[in-house]
Design a protein around this ligand. Structure first.
Ligand SMILES: Nc1ncnc2c1ncn2[C@@H]1O[C@H](COP(=O)(O)OP(=O)(O)OP(=O)(O)O)[C@@H](O)[C@H]1O
Length: 465
C-alpha cells in the first residue's frame, strides 16, 4: 500500500529530527520544512495526508500568528488534508483559535510519542472519510442524472433478445465491451444493464459523454485535477476514472474522442495508472470499460481517425443493438412502458392505445428509434383528450396514410409555443424538433442550430434528451 505523506513543519531542527524518526518508524513517508516559506511552497507542490505544524517560526515570537496564517494557506491549498498543530504548554486559547481556522487537532509540546501517534492515526482515518464523502457527493450528482439506471430492458423481438442474452453472458466477465447501434436504440441503457448484472453491480456506474467534453478539459474530466492546476481549478476534483474505481466506466460516443486525447486514454487503459492534473500522486484505475458509438470504428481506423491499438484495447467484445424497425415485437411493449411513465408523470387518468394507434406505431419506421418513440408517446399523452390515444394524437398518421411522409416535418410545421413556456422549455422543444428533422444525427442538428458539438451535447444532457 502506498505510504501516507506527512509534512513536519517546525523551525527547531531537533524537534523535526525527532518527529521524522518517530513517523518514519511507523511507516509514514515524511517531508520536512523549517520555515513559513518552505511550508507554503511544499503544500502547493505536493499532496500531503497530514501536516504536523509548529505555531511559531521565529525564536522571539510566541503569538502563534505565523502558525495561524499557515493553517489558512494549507487549508486553501489542500482542503482535505489533516492539520495537527503543536503548541507550547498551556496555550489553550491558541489551540482553540487554530481549530477554528481549520486545524483538526492539537498536541502540546513536549509530546508523548504514543499519544501523538494515536492522534496521527486517528486524523488519517478522518481524512480518508472526508475524501470518501467528497467522492460520494460527486457520485450522487452523477446518479441523480441517471435515475433510469435499473429500469426494465425490453427485448421481446428475436434479434433484441438474442443481443441481450449475449450481453448478459459477458456481463460477469471483465471483458471490455463496445456497444454499436444507431442513436436512441438503447446503448446507454444496455451498458447500465450489463453493469447491474456484473460482479461490480454494487460499485459505481460512471457515464461520460465523450462528445460533450471540450478538448481542453478532457484530462481534467477524466483524471481529475488538484486545486490551482489551471485558472478555473478552484478546488480539488476527482475525475471519472477515480469516481468509477472498482466499478464500470461507460464511455458514450467514443468515436468523438479527438486523436490527441486517444493516446492519453490508451495509456491509462494499458498501465491502469493515472494522476490528477497538477497532482503527483499516481492512482490505480480499477475500472471495467464499456463504450458505445453509432459510428463504424473499424472504418474510422482505416481513415486514420481512430487509433487501432485503442480499438483493440476497448473491444474485448462487440455487441450491436438493432434499430427499432428491425424489432417489431418490441414496439408495443416499449410504447406501453412509455405510456405508463408519461401517464404517471403528467398525472393523467388511465389511457390506452386504440387498435388503430397500435397499427400506426407498428407501421412507422422510427428513424430516431426508442428515443423518438418516447417523445412521440409523451406528445400523445399530453395531447390526448379522453382515455384513448388515437393515431392523430401520435402525429404519425400522415406517414401511415401517405406511405412515408416525414412525421417530424409534420410536427415541425406545427410548432407552437405556449405563452407560459419558459425559455428552457422552448429551447428543449426546438432541439427535439430539430433532432427529429435530422433523424437523430447529432452533428447535423448541432450545425443547423449554430452550436458547437460540445455546446450541443451539454444541452442534450441538460434536457436529458
Ligand atoms: N430496450 C429498452 N427497453 C426500455 N427502454 C429503452 C430500451 N432501449 C432504449 N430505451 C430508452 O430509450 C431512451 C434512449 O435510450 P439510450 O439513451 O440508452 O439510447 P442510446 O443508444 O444510448 O442513444 P444515443 O446513441 O443517442 O446516446 C432511454 O430513455 C432508454 O431508457
Amino acid at each position: 500500500m502506498e505510504k501516507r505523506q506527512i509534512l513536519i513543519a517546525d523551525d527547531d531542527a531537533a524537534i523535526v529530527a525527532a518527529l521524522d524518526i518517530l513517523c518514519d518508524g511507523k511507516g509514514y513517508a515524511t517531508t520536512t520544512a523549517n520555515s513559513v516559506e518552505q511550508v507554503n511552497y511544499l503544500v502547493k507542490k505536493q499532496d500531503f495526508d497530514l501536516v504536523l505544524l509548529d505555531m511559531n517560526f521565529q525564536l522571539d515570537t510566541t503569538s502563534g500568528a505565523e502558525g495561524l496564517a499557515l493553517i489558512e494557506s494549507i487549508r486553501n491549498a489542500q482542503p482535505l488534508c489533516a492539520i495537527v498543530v503543536m503548541t507550547g504548554w498551556s496555550s489553550v486559547e491558541l489551540s482553540v483559535e487554530a481549530m477554528q481556522l481549520g486545524a483538526n487537532d492539537f498536541i502540546e509540546k513536549p509530546w508523548e510519542n504514543e499519544r501523538l501517534l494515536s492522534i496521527i492515526a486517528n486524523q488519517l482515518k478522518l481524512k480518508d472519510s472526508r475524501s470518501q464523502s467528497e467522492k460520494l457527493a460527486q457520485h450522487n450528482q452523477l446518479l441523480q442524472k441517471s435515475s433510469s439506471d435499473n429500469q426494465d430492458y425490453i427485448a421481446q423481438a428475436p434479434s433484441s433478445s438474442q443481443m441481450l442474452n449475449t450481453a448478459l453472458q459477458v456481463a460477469q466477465s471483465e471483458l471490455s465491451i463496445v456497444i454499436y447501434g444507431d442513436n436512441g436504440t438503447g446503448k446507454s441503457l444496455l451498458a447500465k444493464k450489463i453493469h447491474h448484472m456484473s460482479s461490480r453491480a454494487e460499485q459505481a456506474f460512471v457515464s461520460v459523454n465523450m462528445g460533450a467534453i471540450p478538448e481542453s478539459l478532457f484530462e481534467s474530466e477524466m483524471f481529475g485535477h488538484v486545486k490551482g492546476a489551471f485558472t478555473d481549478a478552484k478546488a480539488d476534483r476527482a475525475g471519472r476514472f477515480e469516481l468509477a474505481d472498482k466499478g464500470t466506466l461507460f464511455l458514450d460516443e467514443i468515436a468523438n474522442i479527438p486523436l490527441s486525447q486517444q493516446a492519453k486514454l490508451l495509456r491509462v487503459l494499458e498501465s491502469k495508472e493515472f494522476e490528477r492534473v497538477g497532482g503527483n500522486k499516481t492512482q490505480i484505475a480499477d475500472v471495467r470499460v464499456i463504450c458505445a458509438t453509432n459510428a463504424d470504428l473499424t472504418a474510422l481506423v482505416e481513415q486514420g481517425k481512430f487509433r487501432r491499438d485503442l480499438l483493440f484495447r476497448l473491444a474485448g467484445i462487440d455487441i450491436t443493438v438493432p434499430a427499432l424497425k428491425q424489432r417489431q415485437h418490441d414496439i408495443l411493449p416499449l410504447a406501453q412502458q412509455c405510456l405508463q411513465k408519461w401517464v404517471n408523470k403528467y398525472q393523467k387518468s388511465q389511457i390506452q392505445f386504440s387498435v388503430l394507434a397500435e397499427q400506426a406505431l407498428l407501421a412507422y419506421d422510427w428513424p430516431g428509434n426508442v428515443r423518438e418513440l418516447q417523445h412521440c408517446i409523451e406528445r400523445a399523452v399530453v395531447l390526448c383528450q379522453g382515455e384513448t390515444i388515437e393515431p392523430s394524437d401520435l402525429r404519425l398518421t400522415l406517414d401511415v396514410v401517405s406511405g412515408g411522409a416525414d412525421a417530424s416535418e409534420h410536427a415541425q410545421n406545427n410548432t407552437t409555443f405556449d405563452s407560459d413556456m419558459t425559455l428552457d422549455d422552448i429551447e428543449k422543444q426546438v432541439i427535439i424538433q430539430r433532432l427529429d428533422k435530422y433523424k437523430g444525427n447529432a452533428i447535423e442538428t448541432a450545425k443547423s442550430l449554430g452550436l458547437s458539438r460540445s455546446a450541443f451535447y451539454r444541452r442534450l444532457e441538460k434536457y436529458q434528451l
